[in-house]
Design a protein around this ligand. Structure first.
Ligand SMILES: [Zn+2]
Ligand SMILES: [Zn+2]
Length: 383
């Protein structure tokens, strides 16, 4: 894309007679004939307004031959003797005929005006940049609060408790190996003789007497059934025309060079993303189901015993020849302590040996944290 350049003419204000907006092509005030100097901001030119979106000057470009020639004459210089401004390409002061010397000051201006930010490159990002950051802050906040809470909660202090009661509950279950009818898929069944347990072990369930077989639905399967066209609406960034961007450069002589070019402009456009997919339907799958005989352990009896502040005992149940016994035990140690009132810590030993280590009346060091939960301090003091 080709650059387009224009020369923009500035204006200045006469400090002798206060005439304003004198075109740069006039080196002396048209009203009082005062030559333009460096002092009094006479050589600080005004170039008028600039369009914010494009950076383009609202002034007309210069077409006048003489003005264009002045614009291309280089930076002005100021006469050492009379201070008048002169064209950069003339060696003699137009006002007093003095020669330009090596000490003559040249007009200097800020060179490049700030360049407008160019159009953003095509991007696939959809989310607004602000929203992600917002959630990040919310997340950090929650985390900080949680962290503070944990630190506060984990603060603890020690107290001394005392075992007030030790409790045990023991249950014994009697199970018998019994013949039952079951249903199963014929393809999964193979005939096998059962074997009865001896002292509650070594049994085989077996599969016997397969009968009453009939077809039943066992499940479903997905079967290809033609194709279907699936479309989703998506968005993408696409170039949609161009936008003009201009930069400006002061020429240190009352003129400004403006360079404009067309840059691609990007818009969000929606489009259909379509795909041909295989369509599936569900189809029932049949198999043959049969009734058969087998053996299972069935609970036929149970006995519970519980007591406190003593050694645990098992309840008595006598197993038959096809029986087995299953045992369950549960222990609790209640530890009373004072922490802003009478409280209790419940400890549950996992086995008899652990339970027997606890005695009513023994002292127990405890740690109590700010959430009110307690832990037993391990060590010699426990025993
Ligand atoms: Zn004047
Ligand atoms: Zn002079």
């Amino acid at each position: 894309m080709a650059d387009r350049t224009r020369i923009i003419e500035g204006t200045w204000n006469c400090t002798s007679c206060d005439t304003r907006d004198i075109l740069a092509r006039h080196r002396s005030c048209p009203n009082c004939n005062n030559p333009r100097e460096e002092t009094g901001k006479e050589s600080e030119f005004d170039f008028g307004e600039v369009d914010a979106a494009t950076g383009k000057s609202r002034r007309e470009g210069v077409t006048d031959e003489k003005a264009l020639s002045a614009a291309n004459a280089g930076a002005d210089w100021f006469c050492d003797y009379c201070s008048a401004s002169n064209r950069g390409d003339t060696p003699i002061c137009r006002n007093c005929r003095a020669e330009r010397s090596s000490t003559s000051r040249a007009l200097s201006e800020g060179h490049e005006e700030p360049i407008e930010p160019s159009a953003p490159p095509p991007s696939r990002a959809v989310a607004a940049p602000g929203s992600g950051r917002k959630w990040l802050y919310v997340g950090l906040g929650v985390l900080a609060l949680f962290g503070t809470c944990m630190v506060w909660g984990s603060r603890s202090h020690g107290v001394t408790g005392q075992v007030t009661r030790t409790e045990w509950t023991r249950t014994i279950f009697r199970e018998t190996f019994q013949r039952v009818s079951r249903e199963g898929w014929r393809s999964d069944l193979s005939v096998r003789s059962p074997r009865m347990p001896v002292n509650g072990t070594g049994e085989v369930a077996g599969v016997e007497n397969i009968r009453s077989c009939f077809p039943r639905q066992r499940g479903t399967r997905q079967v290809a059934d033609g194709t279907e066209r699936v479309c989703t609406t998506k968005t993408r960034r696409e170039q949609c025309g161009t936008t003009e961007k201009c930069t400006r450069q002061k020429m240190a002589n009352g003129y400004m060079k403006e360079t404009c070019r067309d840059e691609p402009k990007y818009c969000s456009k929606s489009y259909q993303d379509c795909d041909t997919r295989t369509r599936y339907r569900s189809e029932p799958v049949f198999d043959v189901s049969c009734t058969y005989d087998t053996y299972v352990w069935n609970q036929v009896d149970s006995k519970v015993e519980s007591d406190h502040d003593c050694a645990p005992r098992w309840p008595q149940l006598t197993p038959g020849s096809l029986d087995r016994l299953r045992r369950e035990e549960k222990y609790a140690v209640r530890i009373g302590y004072d922490d802003d009132g009478a409280k209790e810590h419940l400890h549950e030993p996992k086995n008899e040996a652990e339970f027997l280590a606890w005695k009513k009346g023994q002292s127990v060091p405890l740690q109590v944290n700010n959430f009110g939960s307690t832990t037993i301090m391990a060590g010699d003091a426990v025993r």
